[in-house]
Design a protein. Sequence first.
Length: 370
Amino acid sequence: MSQGFAPFYDVNRTYEDNYLQGPFGAFAEALRNAEDSAPAAQPAGGEDFLGFRVNLPFGIPAGPLLNEKFTTAAFRMGFDLAVYKTVRSRAWSCNAFPNVLAVHPKNADGSLIPGSAELDEGVLADTRYELPISISNSFGVPSRDPDEWQPDMRKAIEAAGDGQLLVPSFQGSRVDGMDQDGYIADHITTARLVCETGAGLMEMNTSCPNEGHNRLLCHDPHLVGRITEAVKNEIGDRPLIVKLAYIPNDTDLEIMVKETAAHGTVQGFSTINTISAKLVDANGDQALPGAGRDRSGVCGNAIRGAGLDMVGRLNAIREKLGLDFAIVGVGGVIRPEDYRAYRETGANAVMSATGAMWNANLARDIKSTI
């Protein structure tokens, strides 16, 4: 690592090795030295997030917190919201290693622009990890079997400290021969399994390629509406958050809100996940190995502008329709000023994955400025 810092998810190890041996760096120290890892200060009073009091509505989204060890370390490092890695109704394998590469957009500020030609022409990806960091996210939404993740999730929920909240993430799984009703039923089953852990709320992932190669569930707002209605009937009063990818069209985004939050089936949206891009090496060849991996989600510094744009547009729709749903801003939060920018744009909570991976003290840094 050119900056001499060890991310808590070791990008040079396989997903399985990270799951079994991680977390690393400062997160590992936090687990070993619980008394020394408590945040130096907490904002007075805390804030309400979907009916739960949290010290500061800042945390780490679904992705790098693979299991209870990761979420507990996050809590001890002062991240008051921790999203447990997306789980499924069955075991699901991870894409082949490597999954993470450093990504280098052409723009001087390191940003990727949704809809730009660069996304299809190719973005350089290699192992030069430099700040401000942008990386590939090419995992394929792996999951352990419920017999393994359910007891681990229970431990994760119980490990949350005062003013802290564990948010489980889940998604349905398409398999060969499954029709739409079966797909909806799998969401219901997975949500029920999450409820059995004692979770007080949950997040449904519609923003990963769960509809096939480079196809996202959130591109079909009517189906999302059907699924969230069925899930809400299963989970009752527990708040339901939907994780969204970048949706460029305001009309489509408003339809998503009308199909879900306007019916009372969704209490919050988390956005964005990643921006899909073709990744190439220095020779212009496919950077990640294997069929169907010519493109990858990109996260980190490169997507902050798109994340802020989505939050601002969601906030405008919320005001236009007179609705009361929470917005969780995600994407490119690497400095305290990024947290403030999301809050000023309308986010009720903010999360950082890549930024937090490379700066385990990010929550403390933000709290020190408040």
